[in-house]
Design a binder for this molecule. Structure first.
Ligand code: PSU
Ligand code: MN
Length: 315
């Protein structure tokens, strides 16, 4: 019996790719991937190359990748090559979070899923491990503008281990960590004792939970959910040392990008994509290279965790 059986009325909106469905039915490891990073996080063709490389990394580590997006009014869990390419090239795709999911399905249109919406879809499909770059979080200035990503609420309510390089450093990381603590979301340093700061390995914020291998993470997932603590967890995986950009170098560019966003009154869903694009330009592409490296690093770890979790659940 798969976990997909848990919500039969959702099945009419879900198309699970045959390879993904077979793996889930047989209890084999699957890793969910988001699509906002493809449509809003990276420019073409790097977005497509990265999405393909990430899927390859997951396969090489013994798991099945399931990139998630909304296409023609269906939540697609697992995209074939043609669908992935079409999505990466398509302009004007809606960025879909929890609040938008039902509307985009009913519209019959297309949407790329954020961390929050990807978690919802993965949960409906019965996938328990998810790899991304960085989760959304509390934006700088949130004490005035209340800009807090819906990703944090989702982590509080949906059972997935989300492997990321911390929260994007454009955010207010101390406040993001405080909110995760308030929401009761475990934040696990993978081989580290501080929250990774996306482009750099160490943001200087202490974490209380640490795992040093995939089996330890899988064991925590099992215990957390056996207890009925039905929240997600953050597996914070530092960018490889060879790919990191020193935090001080980045901070100056972030300040500039934030100033531009403010001057141009960029708001709501547009804030994160705007900042990522400006950082790419201001660092002459270095931030994009680092982003690609950390996403692939997270995909490899997520696959190892999915393998360990599937082993732990095998009869
Ligand atoms: N991390 C990246 N690139 C991205 C995102 C995260 O490296 O494009 C996306 C994710 O989909 C995340 C979203 O869920 O940004 C958060 O957007 P917001 O702050 O509007 O909730
Ligand atoms: Mn926001």
């Amino acid at each position: 019996m798969t976990e997909r059986a848990g919500r039969p009325e959702a099945a009419q909106y879900l198309t699970v790719a045959a390879e993904v469905a077979a793996a889930l039915d047989e209890g084999r490891p699957v890793v969910a991937l988001e699509s906002t990073i493809i449509t809003h996080g990276m420019p073409f063709p790097r977005n497509l190359e990265t999405a393909q490389a990430v899927e390859g990394d997951i396969r090489a580590a013994g798991a099945v990748p399931a990139t998630i997006a909304v296409l023609e009014g269906r939540i697609r869990v697992g995209l074939d090559e043609a669908a992935l390419e079409a999505l990466a090239k398509r302009a004007g795709v809606a960025k879909v979070s929890r609040a938008d999911l039902a509307a985009v399905l009913n519209s019959g249109g297309a949407g790329s899923t954020t961390v929050a919406a990807t978690m919802i879809a993965a949960d409906l499909a019965g996938i328990r491990v998810f790899a991304t770059g960085g989760i959304g979080g509390v934006h700088r200035g949130a004490e005035l503008n209340f800009d807090v990503s819906a990703d944090l609420q989702e982590l509080a309510r949906t059972r997935l281990a989300v492997v990321c390089a911390g929260a994007k450093v454009i955010l207010d990381l101390p406040k993001t960590l405080e909110v995760l603590e308030t929401l009761g979301v475990p934040v696990i340093g993978f081989g580290c004792d501080t929250l990774p700061a996306f482009y750099s390995r160490d943001g200087g914020l202490a974490l209380t939970l640490r795992c040093d291998n995939a089996a330890e993470v899988a064991a925590l997932m099992a215990t957390q959910w056996d207890l009925g603590l039905n929240s997600g967890m953050v597996v914070a995986n530092p960018i490889p040392a060879a790919d990191e950009i020193p935090a001080a170098a980045m901070e100056e560019k972030i300040a500039q990008a934030l100033g531009e966003a403010d001057a141009q009154s960029i708001q709501g869903k547009d804030v994160t994509p705007f900042l990522l694009q400006r950082l790419e330009a201001l660092t002459a592409g270095a931030s994009l290279d680092a982003n690609v490296a950390l996403v692939r690093n997270n995909a490899r770890l997520a696959a190892a965790i999915a393998v360990a979790y599937a082993e732990g659940r095998a009869p």
